[in-house]
Design a binder for this molecule. Structure first.
Ligand code: SAM
Length: 277
């Protein structure tokens, strides 16, 4: 019988966030596949865990993935960890999970810290519907396409960024959304210098023109505001104004009530009605 691939989330800054179940999962695994074995070794030492480690990272994932699958097929259980946070989320793991799914190998999740979800939760922006963009593409054409695809996005957007690229990305976001778009910059989550700056893109650019960006960032950008598209012609909307007028209401009151019914602004209806009279 095949073994199980366990995806084990690790702390994104504060070791206190490593769950008892995560420790138990590592203790029970036959071996651990890690993005950077040196980083993981520190975590294992802190929790007194001794386990064989192999490396599984971006540039050896095809080769290493095959070996891991082979060992899973032979009945070994493997725990996959990344340097920080949830494996497979802007981190190695996605391919390995896909291979397991194809092979009918069970994949279990030991959930825990994830910078994206933590940042969204503290952002103060709408959380009901959101998109995860990871890192905005780096190369010219792909980057332009990625940004363009977000232009009309109404959902809250979550973006990862490195400090040395923050100002460049904020500048591109300004070109995409305009400087007055709201965003939250969530920095160093769970660490000593944890900070959430709730501002606009212009506000963020001004802030970081004075203070150089430091640490790890998640940008949470508000989606495009819904604009109430008028669903009827102006003529039809004006007939609503006429209706309220016929009930004896003032023009101002009628324009206000008709505006609520139709989606046209009360000023537009008022002025059009005055012009018509
Ligand atoms: N898999 C990880 C997760 O679940 O959050 C994400 C890994 S991705 C390679 C690293 C990026 O996550 C960083 O560049 C930063 O954007 C974000 N990040 C990770 N830890 C963070 C923290 N403590 N505070 C803010 N952002 C963080």
């Amino acid at each position: 019988m095949s073994g199980i691939l366990y995806l084990v989330a690790t702390p994104i800054g504060n070791l206190g966030d490593f769950s008892p179940r995560a420790v138990e999962t590592l203790l029970n695994a036959d071996f651990i596949a890690a993005e950077d074995t040196r980083v993981t070794l520190k975590l294992l030492n802190h929790f007194g865990i001794k386990k064989p480690l192999i490396s599984y990272f971006e540039h050896n994932r095809a080769q290493s993935g095959e070996k891991i699958i082979e060992r899973l097929r032979n009945g070994e259980n493997v725990a996959l960890v990344s340097d920080a946070g949830m494996p497979a989320i802007s981190d190695p793991g996605e391919d390995l999970v896909r291979l397991c799914a194809r092979e009918g190998i069970t994949v279990c999740c030991t959930p825990g810290p994830c910078a994206a979800v933590s940042a969204l939760a503290v952002s103060g922006l709408p959380t009901q519907r959101f998109t995860f963009e990871g890192f905005i593409n780096n190369s010219g054409k792909n980057r332009a396409e990625h940004l363009e695809s977000l232009q009309n996005e109404k959902r809250t957007m979550i973006i990862y960024e490195a400090p040395h690229k923050l100002i460049g990305t904020l500048t591109d976001l300004k070109d995409t959304f305009g400087g007055d778009r709201e965003l939250s910059l969530c920095r160093e989550i769970t660490k000593i210098y944890e900070e959430v700056i709730r501002t606009t893109i212009d506000g963020a650019l001004e802030h970081y023109s004075k203070i150089p960006p430091r640490g790890e960032y998640v940008l949470v950008v508000k989606g495009k505001e819904e604009t109430a598209e008028p669903e009827m012609t102006l003529e039809e909307a004006l007939s609503r104004v006429d209706f309220y007028r016929s009930e004896g209401k003032s023009l101002k009151q009628s324009a206000k009530l008709a505006s609520e019914d139709t989606g046209y602004s009360k000023n537009e209806l008022y002025n059009a009605a005055v012009g018509k009279a």
